[in-house]
Design a binder for this molecule. Structure first.
Ligand code: DAU
Length: 334
């Protein structure tokens, strides 16, 4: 068996590759990654020398790179490659359309030309948009409200259209907010933890009462593997953590974990434009396949804080150069 994983140097993709290497030793892994700002070879240092692992530097929008990565053939493609940060999509939408829609299209075209048993598109609960009450089902309408989520929804729709039109063997997972080790420090949890370790303030958008459903990255990776192996072709599966928390709740936990106080370290700043108030998904369909999140949230969050404390050498170099320019652009005016 050989799997092509795209975006495998990123946060969730690298967790998936580590999981495959540990639990599916029979699977050869090809990792196609464009090495954009959020990719980090250090995420896969533990398996870089594994003879069943091969790295190809390339962009999923480039058919030649996809052909090189597929080589003599693969049994499955799992597409993690994406632009993923909502705030960046508000500043610069174009890269999101390119990678998340066109990149998906390039992979689907490669799938059309070859015999590949399974294609899994890693998507997001954000495609359902703001959920005032209740939970989104896989059949719920897509109402994306940011350039990021609209791009991901565009990718999902392409995948489903290729199923209908060409009968391709596709699956989609829609995950909820993911946290854990190796997450680029622009997202809420790693940004706040690393700022607090450095005795800096943390920027809470608006009233901080927005709700996200938190899922540990290892549970997310296991959910994707479960759907890849057991999901029904043509189907969509929500992968939610079942841990709805307000951003303020998360902030309080991070402050406590880092020994900082709310008064001295929290800055209320202007809200994100078009900010979705709440995401909530039902994961009953994935549960029926046998997947459940295993990492209890409070324990997972404590372990994550400890990981960032113990791995300064991983994140400190990231919070310079490109990141500082972005941080300035994103937060200076707020
Ligand atoms: O729901 C799944 C999605 O979760 C993924 O598809 C996205 O790729 C991922 O980035 C994440 O999207 P969010 O926009 O929810 O994540 P983020 O970490 O950017 O923000 C989480 C919440 O925290 C959100 O309500 C905005 C708020 N926030 C975020 C940042 C970076 C702040 O209050 N201050 C901040 O500085």
């Amino acid at each position: 068996m050989r799997y092509l994983v795209t975006g495998g140097l990123g946060f969730i993709g690298s967790a998936f590759i580590r999981l495959l290497a540990a639990e599916r030793p029979e699977v050869e892994i090809v990792n196609l990654d464009a090495m954009t700002y959020a990719a980090n070879p250090a995420n896969l240092a533990s398996i870089a020398e594994n003879p069943r692992y091969r790295f190809v530097k390339g962009d999923i929008t480039d058919p030649a790179a996809v052909t090189t990565a597929i080589g003599e053939g693969v049994d499955a493609i799992v597409n993690f490659a994406a632009e993923t940060h909502v705030d960046r999509s508000i500043l610069d939408p174009e890269a999101f359309l390119r990678t998340d829609i066109l990149g998906t299209h390039t992979l689907l075209e490669a799938l059309r030309e070859r015999r590949i048993a399974r294609y899994l598109q890693v998507s997001t609960d954000e495609v359902y948009g703001d959920v005032e009450s209740g939970e989104s089902l896989e059949s719920s309408p897509l109402r994306p409200r940011s350039p990021y989520s609209a791009s991901k929804a565009g990718g999902d729709l392409q995948v489903l259209a290729y199923r209908t039109t060409y009968g391709l063997p596709v699956l989609i997972t829609r995950g909820s907010n993911t946290y854990g080790p190796y997450q680029y420090p622009e997202k809420l949890i790693p940004l706040f933890v690393t700022n607090l370790i450095d005795d800096q303030s943390v920027p809470v958008y608006g009233d901080g009462l927005q709700i996200r459903d938190w899922l540990h990255v290892e549970d997310h990776a296991r959910g994707i593997l479960c759907v890849l192996e057991r999901g029904e072709l043509g189907e969509v599966y929500n992968i939610g953590g079942g841990n709805p928390r307000t951003n303020l709740d998360i902030t309080h936990r991070l402050l406590a974990g880092c020994g900082r106080s709310f008064e001295s370290h929290v800055r209320h700043v202007a809200d994100r434009e078009g900010h979705d108030r709440r995401y909530a998904i039902s994961s009953a369909k994935a549960h029926a396949l046998g997947w459940r999140p295993e990492i209890e949230f409070e324990r997972g969050l404590e372990a994550t804080i400890a990981w960032y404390r113990e791995h300064e050498s991983w994140w400190r170099p990231l919070k310079s150069g490109e990141f500082l320019a972005y941080y300035q652009r994103q937060y200076a005016h707020r």
